[in-house]
Design a binder for this molecule. Structure first.
Ligand code: HEC
Ligand SMILES: [Cu+2]
Length: 333
């Protein structure tokens, strides 16, 4: 018999631990940053310890049996146990009791996290698109994309739907997954409790760039949130005549861009993200790239080469026109 390389057994665990380490914005449910995520985390932790107890008891008994009843030269084989009523009742009841201890707090958490936020909560509508997120703040008259700004410490009521196929809205540090289903509203309510940037991800396979359908939630101090709201509510900047940005605005207004994108006062497209304040976002293309000139240039020239399947085709905008469009978009803070 080949010798078992027992020491290799922990390797998969080590690999798992290594890949589990997040980047700069770890996408982890284990660092809860809202009331919702905190309750789920508590439930997880308590079930984890129940599982540890079960593991230790079961593996302990197994090791005991393996050692105690191992094969020994010259000794008869141990006698198997049959029809031991007390033992059978015990190993049926014990798991049932453990399941009750797991089920009760689980149900309690499900109900606690399924509720609605108070009527005064900030309302946000999330619309999944292949492969980006649209956010609307109906009471504030704001439409934006991919980066969801929220004030810290205030309840948020999120209603989720989709414009095409089923997606799933998931920002692990703040709340559970909620499917985004066309023609149907799902909801999630939570109260972010720490300022920070939390990344998320579409969690329902939705086509070619599903893995590139990320999102970011920016939880801001109240004053920073109010300032953000004022910037979003202001009309997009109209650049002074003769400037590079003004040339960019003309190029934009005469290109196919207007068929797909809205810039208030310039165009009314609804296929792609609203660009009225695109210069104020830190990333583009659903959290994939930093919002800087080189990436904007490559994106406008050939979006599908950066993001497979992207529903923005190659744009014939080049040279000085391209530089002007980029300067214009960046001025829209
Ligand atoms: C056929 C429709 C269409 C046209 C035409 C189009 N776009 Fe887009 N655009 C999209 C879609 C869809 C996205 C989102 C793609 C994604 O992230 O998967 C997008 C994304 C963008 C983004 C990134 C926005 C963000 O917040 O992530 C910018 C910037 C942009 N387009 C600029 C332009 C410019 C400038 C033009 C014209 C030269 C243009 N687009 C023409 C559909 C279009
Ligand atoms: Cu998806």
């Amino acid at each position: 018999m080949p010798r078992l390389r027992l020491w290799l057994c922990p390797l998969p665990l080590v690999a798992l631990a290594v890949v589990a380490c997040g980047g700069p914005f770890p996408q982890s449910t284990l660092r809860p940053r809202s009331d919702f995520a905190g309750q789920v985390d508590q439930l997880f932790t308590s079930i984890f310890w129940w599982a540890v107890v079960v593991f230790v008891v079961v593996e302990g008994l197994l090791c005991y049996a393996v050692v105690r009843y191992r094969h020994r030269e010259g000794r008869p084989a141990p006698k198997p146990v049959h029809g031991h009523t007390a033992l059978e009742i015990a190993w049926t009841l014990a798991p049932a009791v453990i399941l009750v201890f797991i089920a009760v707090p689980t149900m309690r958490t499900i109900f606690a996290t399924a509720g609605e936020a108070p009527a005064t909560a900030l309302k946000v509508e999330v619309i999944g698109h292949q492969w980006w997120w649209e956010y609307r703040y109906p009471d504030l008259h704001i439409v934006t994309a991919n980066e969801l700004s929220l004030p810290v410490g205030q309840p948020v009521q999120v209603s989720i739907t989709s414009a095409d196929v089923i997606h799933s809205f998931w920002a692990p540090a703040l709340g559970g997954k909620r499917d985004a289903i066309p023609g149907h509203l799902t909801r999630i309510a939570f109260r972010p409790d720490s300022v920070g940037v939390y990344s998320g991800q579409c969690a329902e396979f939705c086509g070619a760039s599903h893995a590139n359908m990320r999102l970011r939630v920016l939880v801001l101090r109240d004053s920073a949130f109010q300032a953000w709201v004022r910037r979003q509510q202001a009309a997009p900047l109209v650049p002074p005549r003769g400037s590079l940005e003004a040339r960019g605005r003309d190029v934009f207004a005469k290109s196919a861009c207007i068929g797909c994108h809205t810039i208030d006062g310039v165009s009314k497209g609804i296929i792609g993200p609203n660009l009225s304040h695109v210069g104020g976002r830190t990333t583009i293309a659903a959290g994939l790239f930093p919002n800087d000139s080189p990436h904007l240039a490559r994106w406008i020239a050939n979006a599908p080469s950066l993001k497979p399947g992207a529903l923005m085709m190659q744009m014939p905008v080049t040279g000085a026109d391209l530089a002007a469009v980029i300067a214009y978009l960046q001025s829209l803070k």
